[in-house]
Design a protein around this ligand. Structure first.
Ligand code: DHE
Length: 546
């Protein structure tokens, strides 16, 4: 079976741990390495390998690579593996041209050394990085600008370490704010006033949208590597708490919602859901804030557990641990916001939790590597309300019934599956006011597919899809990467925004399509729009409209 290039491109993202200070133990049994070689190999490991094999090399979605296993195999055997890859999913780093022969040799020797361990990051370390830029009593008492806040888009400028706030009405850049490296997501407080962004380097910036020019009011680093942040949304707790999950160290932290003061850190190391074996680095993936109870939904990836973290009493934290499936990644709410649907991506399953009872409703089998983002909700002609996911590893788009009352026969089952353009899909989106379902394919190997988007009419899914050549419409040079990523609606639900994501030194853009006519409405191009990826409409993010 050939290796899926989309999957590898996705998983082998660079980790900021490559720059972390780490202690090296000399392993007398392992082949010799100079200090320079070790440092270079460690850097390559964290850029290419840690995403699958884990920080400690004890295995995650990829196999364990600890010296007890690698020493027996020996340098020559390991070199072949690294150079040519394997049918089980190991990329061919050598023959693909990504690593030279001397680098392959260096990596084969490196993985026989004792894995260097990055430092821990507890409350004192967090506090040392915590900074309230504008104290609460110095902030505006009312909105001080004329922007239509609900239609602002927070856009990640990935490789620039910035986010751009873009006025969704005028399509003009309002401001560009310095953040951590490669902001992964933006989330909005329950009131809609505060915007939270988190970088890969685990730095959170809290932006006050009421300021004359929205800007940073607090920041903190919550670990060495992270992907998720959210804020309390339950009635009575609006804007009270923020939460962030980290990949390293494996933990989450609850903070004050107006200052980011860290209050409580909880480690996630523990037993896997199925074989009940210890896992030393279960990363925290998606976090969602319940509208149903004062709870955060926390996905613990490698152990496969969903934690319902009740924040009514932070001192005596009450956590309900729900068994799901390994490799929990991303997901979102159904239209009623009672049920949360989370993809266990490498298990090819969707775990569904009832936020009212804090219990698992079902584990639904889907196709290869589901990747919903937060998913898409609409009313299916036959199955009633459904939530949809696409797949990284296949062209399938699966619709899962979410109405156990009026459409019981279809609830918690894949009630229909259709084919999109191909694998390499990351995000899918619709809007309550639209009949369109948009499916991107930024990681598809064929540029024609990665540079366009598919759109279905949800009233007649069987009719297939139309393809819109977004990157071509943006007038991006053909040699630029120009991947079309993440459909996102404006507040009114009549425009869809796409990022055209090129390399740092190439032209990128944001492209806006009229949702009714499927025609190009606007292109935002600016030299400052460097590597745009995720872009989040304030209102839709605040209210979980998707
Ligand atoms: Fe993401 C969401 C992790 C690669 C853009 N990404 C998420 C979430 C997780 C995650 C856990 C859910 C957060 C939440 O909801 O709280 N992403 C990872 C990875 O571990 C991975 C595979 C590899 C890596 O090294 O980071 C990865 N992600 C990517 C990309 O390559 C993307 C396309 C560009 C980038 O910035 O690196 C990317 N991820 C996004 C976006 C979201 C996201 C835009 C938010 C989607 C949404 O609608 O909420």
């Amino acid at each position: 079976k050939p290796v899926d290039p989309a999957e590898i491109r996705y998983q082998a993202g660079s980790s900021p741990l490559k720059d972390a200070p780490m202690h090296q133990d000399v392993n007398p049994k392992a082949p010799a390495m100079s200090k320079t070689e070790f440092d270079q190999a460690r850097q390559i490991y964290f850029e290419r390998c840690a995403g699958c094999h884990g920080v400690l090399r004890k295995g995650a979605t990829g196999k364990p690579l600890t010296p007890d296993l690698t020493l027996d195999k020996g340098t020559e055997y390991l070199k072949v593996f690294i150079k040519y890859g394997s049918p089980a999913g190991m990329p061919n780093w050598g023959t693909s041209g990504e690593l030279t022969d001397p680098q392959v040799d260096m990596m084969a020797r490196y993985i026989q050394q004792t894995p260097p361990q990055p430092p821990e990051f507890g409350l004192p370390e967090m506090k040392a990085t915590w900074r309230v830029v504008v104290p609460v009593d110095k902030r505006p008492k009312k909105k001080m600008n004329n922007y239509n806040l609900e239609n602002i888009f927070s856009t990640t400028l990935r490789d620039a370490g910035e986010v751009a706030l873009i006025d969704g009405d005028t399509k003009k850049i309002i401001s560009i704010i310095k953040t951590g490296y490669a902001v992964h997501i933006s989330r909005v407080s329950a009131s809609g006033r505060y915007l939270f962004v988190i970088g890969r380097d685990a730095k959170i910036n809290m932006i006050d949208l009421w300021m004359e020019k929205p800007d940073n009011v607090a920041e903190i680093k919550v670990g060495l590597e992270a992907r998720s942040v959210d804020t309390s949304k339950y009635k009575g707790y609006e804007d009270k708490y923020a939460i962030a999950g980290s990949y390293w160290p494996p933990q989450f932290v609850i903070m004050k919602g107006d200052t980011l003061e860290p209050l409580k850190v909880v480690g996630t190391r523990g037993m896997t859901v199925d074989t009940q074996e210890y896992h030393p680095e279960p990363r925290v993936a998606a976090i969602a804030a319940s509208h149903y109870k004062p709870e955060f939904v926390v996905n613990v990836k490698e152990t496969g557990k969903i934690l319902m973290v009740n924040y009514t009493d932070i001192d005596n934290l009450n956590i309900t641990e729900i068994p799901a499936a390994r490799f929990l990644h991303d997901g979102g709410w159904d239209a009623s916001k009672r049920y949360v649907l989370m993809a266990a991506n490498q298990s090819n399953k969707i775990a569904i939790v009832d936020a009212k009872t804090s219990k698992l409703v079902s584990l639904v089998d889907v196709d290869k590597i589901p990747h919903p983002g937060r998913g898409a909700n609409f009313v299916h002609p036959k199955c009633g309300p459904v939530w949809a996911t696409g797949h990284l590893g296949s062209e399938k788009i699966s619709f899962i019934g979410t109405d156990p009352e009026k459409h019981k026969a279809y609830a918690w089952k894949v009630c229909e599956q259709v084919d999109g353009q191909g694998g390499g899909n990351l995000f899918i989106k619709t809007h309550p006011k639209s009949n369109n379902l948009w499916v991107d394919t930024p990681l598809h190997p064929d540029p024609k597919v990665s540079k366009s988007v598919a759109v279905f009419d949800v009233r007649n899914l069987k009719a297939g899809f139309k393809v819109l050549p977004i990157t071509e419409w943006a007038g991006i040079p053909a040699d630029a990467a120009g991947r079309v990523v993440q459909p996102e609606y404006n507040k009114a639900g009549d425009e869809v925004w796409f990022a055209v994501w090129s390399a740092k030194n190439q032209q990128s853009a944001l492209v806006i399509v009229d949702d009714k006519t499927l025609k190009l409405k606007a292109v935002i191009k600016d030299p400052k729009l460097i590597t745009p990826t995720g872009h989040f409409n304030i209102y839709n993010t605040q209210h979980d409209v998707y």
